[in-house]
Design a protein around this ligand. Sequence first.
Ligand code: DGL
Length: 272
Amino acid sequence: MDAQLPVAIFDSGVGGISVFQALTHLLPCENIIYLADNKRVPYGGLSSETIVQYTSEAVSFLQAKKAKLVVLGCHTASARCLYDEEVFSFQKRFSVPIIGVINGGLQALKQRDDFRRVAVLGTKSTIQSGVYERLIRCQNPHLEVIPIACPLLVPMIESGLFTHPDTESLVRGYLQPLLNDSVDVVLLACTHYPLLRGLIQKVLGERVVLLDSSDYTSFEVRDYLAAENLLKVSGKPHYQFCVTDKPELFSRRVSLFLGAEYNSHLIDQCQL
Ligand code: DGL
């Protein structure tokens, strides 16, 4: 394996951009290939079997692109492929190593010991998988976990309705159980949700701490690459974006979060 090979980030849509931002900040020289299955987004309401099938197709694609590591930048795919007891060793189907984002979320929570109640916001599938509740309780049995599924947020984000009043109404509705209660920490357990961080913070108030998995996932990537002697530590990075639907919409979203210079990056349409 060669350090020049890219790290791959996979998400159903633009959510993995929050992971991309953290990764490029921490490891500015790494070549990165980002794959969005925006033709089939959202994954969060699909059956576990379908999510595993779509994610397998994505990892096969990225393996064929010679990625040195694949990051499932999607909690739904991570929960269903890497933590579901019924999915027999997802990693063993591939030669490329795979890292999910759930450990990153747990690590973010582990850094704090000053709270008693945590709300976990995720897609329907992630919340139904129960993976966060189970693992947070293992980590800290005294914590009260409040899981909240927010099924319509990914479609709103994918439609670019970040500041639309309907998005705010949806967020208020989903977070209603937390508004009068003293929840201290909210874990954004969907990589799309950090793209709505400002709105979620506004609704919950400044007192509530919002955590997400992107920083700790990028630390995990760094540690893995360093241990395998695969870190690329010099030279300009090359970024490649691949999407399964028309590139135009994705390009607009990406440049909104990453800046106008990303307009010039080639976005390839591909088939999984
Ligand atoms: N960003 C994905 C996640 O973290 C969204 C899944 C979806 O497509 O619904 O779960």
